[in-house]
Design a protein around this ligand. Structure first.
Ligand code: UD1
Ligand code: MG
Length: 453
């Protein structure tokens, strides 16, 4: 039997933020969400989140998590006090308790599984996850005896000079024999620099206590301030980029690009410098992205080229070319072979295959037929100040430069719109539509002489 408790009640004072620390985002997911994900594979019987500071906000952010129990810690008097709050909900529970810190988000599932295995096979009272750090500043130091058993953990601020030089640190992750922990929890005292109850003090009372040192120390990075947040982001980004390079994606300057867990790439994708992928994306085989592109929650088919553009909630089929400086917004759907050029914005519009909109246009709430050519400066005027209306442009049509199509409006197939037209009425297939004043030319006309004295 396994129960998991996640400590997430602290304020995160060192963050200096309005957000509770565990809701800080890291590569697009909150810290606590990442901690939960890391433990998913262990399939625990119970998952309990200890909340306190801004408890309602933390719960609201995790509303989609099924079977997650909450325990309120009020006030927040240290990590030992936090775990004392489990005495009631876990009364009579006979299994192991895995304690995770809500601010240690990079642990690999395999590391947690190894910790559990070590604990279960040894029969220890507690097994502590440790790391050997070159710079252990801020972490609790783990001390062991000649047999390698953990004798105690001393917080950085409580260490004397010689203890500070010690580099084996506490990751804040522990596997406890719950009945034994429950028996010693009430005996904790606030005998330390912060005057709090420390979970780490239970270790000396749960002999034999063992430890498992992680192979990759970066996994145990804890996040207490913005610098550590940035360092963890860098570790995660590095993991993601290495993963995708191993899967056949080329990055010309990997360090300049950021990815999200939810981004999937096909083979032979080339990502040029300064490209950022957020949310859930699929980037098909052979795409060429960047330089300078942001893609969020979008689907790209195969061999799509995107340069210096922003795509959000867009769907782009095979062989399209987007940019430079294009903006595809929510509901932009491009079928194969479209060309979207500089300063063209597309929103909630369906573009059939082969549509070209190469310069300075806005296509909003439009249905554009096959092989339509959108002239420079064409605007679909979709908003009457109250409601949005649709524009339909039939296959093979051409709009002249600076055309305004005032929606709702329908152009049939093969329509030609003269440059500079403002169209407010439907146009039948095959017609030429002009909607502008006829040019007036007055020969031999010059300005009257000025009389201004
Ligand atoms: C803690 C450990 C330290 C370890 C480090 C690893 C203790 C006493 N120290 O220190 O040995 O090296 O983690 O990152 O445990 N929390 C509560 N209630 C509270 C206080 C904290 O739920 O009253 C939660 C916080 O939200 C956080 C976690 O516990 O998620 C750890 O608290 P934090 O204050 O960050 O402890 P550290 O100083 O990092
Ligand atoms: Mg911490």
């Amino acid at each position: 039997m396994l129960a998991i408790a996640i400590l997430a009640a602290g304020k995160g004072t060192r963050m200096k933020s309005r957000l509770p620390k565990v809701l800080m985002p890291l590569a697009g997911a909150t810290l606590v969400e990442r901690v939960l994900r890391g433990a998913e594979a262990l399939r625990p019987e119970r998952r309990i989140l200890i909340v306190g500071h801004q408890a309602e906000r933390v719960k609201a952010a995790l509303a989609h998590q099924d079977d997650l129990e909450y325990v309120l810690q009020e006030p927040q008097n240290g990590t030992g006090h936090a775990v004392q709050q489990l005495l009631a909900p876990l009364e009579g529970f006979q299994g192991d308790l895995l304690v995770l810190n809500g601010d240690v988000p990079l642990l690999r599932p395999s590391t947690l599984a190894a910790l559990l295995e070590r604990h279960r096979s040894s029969g220890a009272g507690v097994t502590v996850l440790t790391a050997r750090l070159e710079d252990p500043t801020g972490y609790g130091r783990v001390f062991t005896d000649a047999e390698g058993r953990v004798t105690g953990i001393v917080e950085h601020r409580d260490c004397d000079a010689s203890q500070r030089a010690h580099t084996l640190t506490n990751a804040g992750i522990y596997c406890f024999d719950w009945p034994r922990l429950a028996a010693v929890l009430p005996g904790l005292t606030p005998d330390n620099d912060q005057g709090e109850l420390y979970l780490t003090d239970t270790v000396a009372m749960l002999q034999p206590a063992l430890q498992l040192e992680v192979a990759d120390w970066q996994e145990t990075n804890g996040i207490n301030d913005r610098l550590q947040l940035a360092q963890c982001e860098a570790v995660l980004q590095d993991r993601l980029r290495r993963h995708w390079m191993a899967e056949g994606v080329s990055f010309t300057d990997p360090a300049s690009c950021t990815l999200s867990d939810g981004t999937r790439f096909g083979r032979d994708v080339l990502v040029e410098p300064q490209c950022h992928f957020r949310g859930e994306n699929v980037i098909g085989d052979g795409c060429h992205i960047g330089p300078g592109t942001l893609i969020e929650d979008s689907l790209l088919g195969e061999d799509v080229k995107v340069i210096a553009s922003v795509l959000r909630q867009a769907t782009v089929a095979n062989d399209c070319v987007v940019g430079p400086f294009a903006h595809l917004r929510k509901g932009a759907v491009l079928e194969a072979d479209c060309r979207i050029g500089n300063f063209v914005e597309v929103k909630n519009s369906h573009l059939a295959s082969g549509v070209k909109a190469n310069h300075l246009s806005y296509l909003g709430d439009a249905d554009v037929g096959t092989a339509v050519n959108i002239g420079a400066g064409t605007i679909t005027a979709n908003y009457d100040g109250v409601r949005k209306h649709r524009t339909v442009i039939g296959a093979g049509s051409k709009t002249g430069a600076n055309s305004v199509l005032v929606a709702p409006i329908r152009l049939g197939e093969g329509v030609t719109v003269a440059a500079g037209s403002t169209l407010t009425a439907d146009v039948p297939a095959g017609a030429l539509a002009l909607g502008r004043a006829r040019q007036v030319v007055k020969p031999g006309w010059s300005l009257p002489a000025t009389t201004n004295a």
